[in-house]
Structures are given as structure tokens and as C-alpha cells.
Design a protein around this ligand. Structure first.
Ligand SMILES: Cc1cc2nc3c(=O)[nH]c(=O)nc-3n(C[C@H](O)[C@H](O)[C@H](O)COP(=O)(O)O)c2cc1C
Length: 314
């Protein structure tokens, strides 16, 4: 599928971003059926057999080949991920239309995905990483910016989009604190093709996140977040009340080493301490994914209308 064919098939230019312990097949299917791009990270499956089952469930619901409804699989390509080659065999078997790489170079996946006509997006947090990912053959870049939930970037999204656009002609996706249709319109106006939205869909009915985590997203505001590398070794945005509940003071906690091979300890970290992005202030209820996408579409149309009227007033 080409990038323009992908975009032309969407109701809204949004990816329900992959979230550890939150995105499962129900969320992927609901998001893609609602006209955005659903996704999940492979570590959400404990075993390759479980991954095979999820991929079968998704491809049965969304189709395969050129007519498949767009959806995405997220792979951690960091050198400590010992499951990457087994995950890649599943990619070669099930042909996810889009593969998003994170925490490492997209190089190991590009040939496999391009061989069946899929699209590779690489998650990046700096212009240096963006250039490396483009050189490695990524078709698009996901510019994870300040305000993102989970592992966050530190760049402001608008200058990040501008800097990437300056030297990259592929798909540009941006994420970080965007949880409304107005935010999507703003990102698109600034030059993005797609918006990466995690926290908004964490608090959806189809998300497999713990109910306490979803409710804390609804109940919390922007000042309840703290960015710390102390929990996973990489800067991530956490709900402060969830850290306090397990007695963690991020300022007084030693930074742990990055290691994606110790699956169990990763699960403990993300299960006991809850991540969210700065868009949470606009999330007031745990709705279905279809309801969320309907509201985003209304807000997007209203924002475009408002921008058009402001331009004409001059
Ligand atoms: C609870 C949670 C878990 C996440 N897990 C992953 C993950 O496993 N892989 C990944 O690439 N990104 C992960 N992310 C980051 C999202 O894919 C995305 O970059 C981020 O949610 C965008 O910012 P937003 O939450 O403000 O919309 C996670 C985010 C959250 C909130």
C-alpha cells in the first residue's frame, strides 16, 4: 500500500498508538473499523502462540492483502529484545499493513515488510534519530514529542514537524499530548500527515488497561504527571498518584537500566505504575472507541471550520 492510498482510506488521520498492557485486538479492530489506524505492541502477547492468535483474530476481522482495513503492529527493535526474530516471522506470516518500530532502528524489519507491500513507520524522538531511521529505509516517521504518555520525547511538536519536513518526504506522524480533534487539525495544519494518540484510547472501553488506570486518566489533570527515567531507564510520563500508591518518589529513585529481555520485570513496572500523556485533561469518561472517534471527527471538522472563518475575517 502506498502512503497516499493509506491516508485516503481513513476517516480521520489518527493512529490509536500502541500501548503496553493497554492495546489488544478488540481496540485494534474497533479503532480500524471506526476509520482510524488501530495498533498494538507485540510484548502484549506473552508467547508467540498468543501473538499468532491475536494476529489471526485481527486479520479475520479486518481482512488481508490490498483490501485490508489499515492497522499496525508495533515492534521493539532495541538490541535487548530477544524475541524480535520470532515476532518478525509472525509479521512475514500475517502481513500487518503497517509496522511501527520503537526504541531502535527500523533496519531489521524494512525488507520483511516491504516484501509484502507493507509500510514501515519508525518512532523517533530527535532529528538525529529521524535522519537515521529515514536512512534505514523507513517510509514514515512517528515524531514522539513532549507531552506523550509512556516513553516520551522532549521536543515541542510543531518545530519537530517542521524540522523533519525540511529533509524528509515520507509520511510524518506526530504524537504527544494530542487528545482532541482540534489538536489533530493543528498538527495537520503544521504539516503532519497523521497523529499518534495513545492516552485518549487508553481510557476506552476496548482498552485492556486496568480499570483503575483508566479511571485515574479520567480523574487526573496535567499537573498530576511526572516525567522520569527512574522506572524503565528511559524518560516516560507517569501518573504521579500511581507512583505514590506503590511508594515511589521518582526524584529519590535510582534510574534502572534499559532491558527489554526481562519481560516479567517490565510487566511489573508498567502494571504497578501507570503512564499517561498531557492530553488527559480533556478525557472525561471511559467511552467506546467508536464514540471517541465520532467526537474526534466532530471536533476536527469544527476546528477546520473555525480556522477557515478566521482566515476569511482578515
Ligand atoms: C500506557 C502506555 C503504554 C505505552 N506503551 C508503548 C509501547 O509498548 N510501545 C510504544 O512504542 N509506545 C508505547 N507508548 C507510547 C504511545 O505509543 C504513544 O507514543 C503515546 O501514547 C503518544 O502520546 P499520548 O499518550 O499523549 O497520546 C505507550 C503509552 C502509554 C500511555
Amino acid at each position: 500500500m502506498t502512503a497516499s492510498a493509506l491516508l485516503s482510506r481513513l476517516r480521520l488521520p489518527v493512529v490509536a498508538a500502541p500501548m503496553f498492557l493497554a492495546s489488544g485486538p478488540e481496540l485494534v479492530i474497533a479503532a480500524s473499523r471506526a476509520g482510524i489506524i488501530g495498533s498494538f505492541p507485540t510484548p502484549n502477547c506473552r508467547t508467540i502462540a498468543e501473538l499468532d492468535g491475536w494476529l489471526t483474530q485481527i486479520t479475520t476481522a479486518l481482512g488481508t492483502g490490498p483490501d485490508a482495513v489499515p492497522w499496525a503492529l508495533n515492534l521493539i527493535t532495541h538490541s535487548t529484545n530477544t524475541r524480535l526474530s520470532a515476532d518478525l516471522e509472525q509479521v512475514a506470516k500475517h502481513h500487518p499493513p503497517i509496522v511501527i518500530t520503537a526504541l531502535g532502528s527500523p533496519r531489521p524489519v524494512v525488507d520483511v515488510v516491504h516484501a509484502y507491500g507493507g509500510i514501515v513507520l519508525a518512532d523517533v524522538v530527535s532529528l538525529t534519530l529521524a535522519r537515521k531511521a529515514a536512512d534505514a529505509g523507513a517510509d514514515g516517521l512517528v515524531c514522539v514529542s513532549a507531552g506523550a504518555g509512556g516513553h516520551t520525547g522532549s521536543l515541542s511538536p510543531l518545530p519537530f514537524i517542521a524540522a523533519v519536513r525540511d529533509s524528509f518526504e515520507g509520511l510524518v506522524c506526530v504524537g504527544g499530548g494530542i487528545a482532541t480533534g482540534a489538536g489533530v487539525a493543528g498538527a495537520v495544519a503544521a504539516g503532519a500527515d497523521l497523529v499518534y494518540m495513545g492516552t485518549r484510547f487508553l481510557a476506552s472501553r476496548e482498552s485492556i488497561a486496568l480499570e483503575g488506570h483508566k479511571q485515574m486518566v479520567v480523574d487526573s489533570g496535567i499537573d498530576d504527571l511526572v516525567v522520569s527515567a527512574a522506572i524503565t531507564g528511559t524518560p516516560a510520563s507517569w501518573l504521579r498518584p500511581s507512583l505514590a500508591a506503590v511508594g515511589i518518589d521518582p526524584a529519590a529513585t535510582a534510574v534502572v537500566a534499559r532491558d527489554y529481555s526481562t519481560e516479567m520485570s517490565n510487566i511489573r513496572r508498567w502494571k504497578d505504575t501507570w503512564a499517561a500523556g498531557q492530553g488527559l485533561s480533556t478525557i472525561r469518561a471511559i467511552d467506546t472507541t467508536a464514540q471517541i472517534v465520532d467526537r474526534l471527527a466532530e471536533e476536527y471538522a469544527a476546528a477546520l471550520d473555525r480556522a477557515g472563518r478566521l482566515a476569511f475575517a482578515r
